[in-house]
Write a protein that binds this ligand. Structure first.
Ligand code: DGJ
Length: 473
């Protein structure tokens, strides 16, 4: 089913030469008819594909792996939203007519019925110590317990597979503290507690390895002082130095420092030594990630210039600094929460829009070269319902994990933030596949390259194929 780029180019060439070799005198009207028919066919195909994409049905069975095929089934989810909070008419009189309250406003309030629908309570928690029929099932949005029975605290995180220990490590923000607002116009926050680490062999049952990089309780000038911000930590292993390097977003409570921080360790389970923070090339850096390529080169991706654009900078060979080069991409697109991955030589990225802790529509992007140009493919979310697809299943991207042994199969990792009680934010992990035609593939060239679609499939409950587990657990 999949056509290699080489073959696609060949086909194009053939088409071109036959068109040029056409006998203009005799075949003029015939050519008109043929081309009109081709054009009509293309328009019909485009419209029907667009209709499918708009309705979330863009679906072609392209998985080359029978084991993952059922994860590419479209699962619809038609929940009924509770009626919006009633606004007290006296309050309306007092404050004057206000904008109509939206479902999403209710959703962000912990006390609302809409919130309760998407943040089911502890009784439905995924519990690896329990066993039974739910073993190995991911339930996006439910409380997820570690092997000690505590809710996993690894928000804005990423997963690294470590060859030496043959384990996965999940690093993320520990937000297990009270939520408050540092100043009336600022974002809700939790004091820095630190970066948690969990280990697992099967990606489902996670053991808490401790806090790898704790917040600083007393020194107010320290980057990690509890009053500041530490977000989106990501760890990569450096094959040359044998060190584990953590990159993270470092900020003050008002998000004006806008820097990246770096820490280093000899072991995946720490302790990590905090080194420094800086603004890459003097630019603001907020949401960020690091990506390690198959050739060992690594790159920093960060939202910059008031989150209006993303920047990419290669890291030095030891992964402790950035190099002199920088590329600005997705300019004026206002994207954040980048999660970068690679498949068959093409680089992909999922980003979110910028709406604080509120969910919004994800976009997938692709590039032939990591430093760009990057093109936008469209909304990767498939299934669920329109509300879900426009809110990335009520979550925000943080990482895309390739599954060793299952080429072309990834786990999309995202955060379902609970801004009025951030410690109760949940995880949305869903299968991600690459294949089929992208929705909006033609940003900079008309026709080629023809990108593949990135699809994140909604499933209320799902698990990794049995065959994968046998090989990896
Ligand atoms: C959106 C970002 O993606 C999060 O990491 C966090 O910084 C929030 N904004 C804060 O509002």
């Amino acid at each position: 089913m999949k056509i290699s780029k080489g073959r696609k180019k060949m086909r194009n060439k053939q088409r071109k030469s036959s068109a040029l070799g056409f006998d203009a005198g005799r075949g003029y009207s015939l050519s008109c008819i043929v081309w009109s028919l081709v054009g009509f066919g293309l328009v019909v195909c485009f419209l029907s594909f667009k209709h499918q994409a708009d309705s979330g049905q863009a679906h072609i069975y392209l998985s080359h792996l029978p084991a993952t095929r059922e994860l590419e089934d479209i699962e619809e989810d038609h929940f009924r939203l509770p009626p919006p909070h009633k606004v007290n008419p006296r309050a309306v009189k007092r404050r004057g007519p206000r904008k109509q309250r939206k479902v999403i406003d209710d959703y962000l309030e912990e006390s609302s019925a809409v919130h309760a629908l998407f943040f089911p309570d502890q009784r439905t928690a995924v519990d690896p110590t329990k066993g039974g029929n739910d073993t190995m099932y991911f339930y996006p949005g439910r409380v997820w317990l570690d092997t000690n029975g505590n809710a996993i605290q690894a928000h804005g995180g990423g997963v690294m597979y470590d060859d030496k220990t043959a384990k996965f490590y999940w690093y993320g923000e520990n937000k297990n503290g009270p939520t408050y607002q540092a100043h009336p116009k600022g974002a809700q926050r939790v004091d820095i507690i630190g970066v948690s680490c969990y280990s697992s062999k099967d990606l489902w049952s996670w053991t808490h390895e401790g806090i790898m990089l704790p917040g600083e309780p007393t020194n107010v000038t320290h980057d990690l002082h509890k009053s500041k911000v530490l977000e989106r930590p990501k760890v990569i292993y450096n094959d040359h130095t044998g060190k584990y390097i953590m990159w993270m977003h470092i900020d003050d409570a008002n998000y004006t420092k806008a820097s990246v921080g770096v820490a280093v360790s000899n072991s995946p389970t720490g302790p990590f030594t905090y080194l420094y923070s800086f603004r890459p090339h003097g630019f603001e850096s907020r949401d960020m990630t690091v990506f390690k390529d198959d050739d060992g080169a690594a790159y920093l991706f960060y939202s910059s210039r008031d989150n209006t654009e993303l920047h990419i900078s290669p890291l030095t060979e030891d992964y402790l600094h950035i190099t002199a080069s920088v590329k600005r991409i997705l300019i004026r697109r206002h994207r954040e929460a980048p999660a970068v991955f690679k498949h068959q030589g093409t680089y992909y990225m999922i980003t979110s829009g910028c709406s604080g802790w509120a969910p919004n529509r994800a976009l997938a992007h692709a590039a032939d070269s990591i430093m760009g140009p990057w093109e936008t493919l469209g909304n990767p979310c498939v299934g669920g319902n329109r509300f879900y697809r426009l809110t990335t299943f009520l979550s925000q991207s943080t990482f895309v994990l390739p599954l060793p042994g299952l080429p072309g199969t990834f786990i999309f990792m995202a955060d379902r933030w609970s801004p009025s009680n951030l410690r109760d934010s949940r995880y949305v992990w869903l299968p991600l596949f690459i294949g089929g035609l992208a929705d909006e593939p033609l940003d900079y060239s008309f026709g080629f390259p023809l990108w593949s679609r990135v699809s994140i499939y909604w499933h209320k409950k799902w698990r990794l194929p049995e065959t994968w587990r046998v090989g990896y657990t």
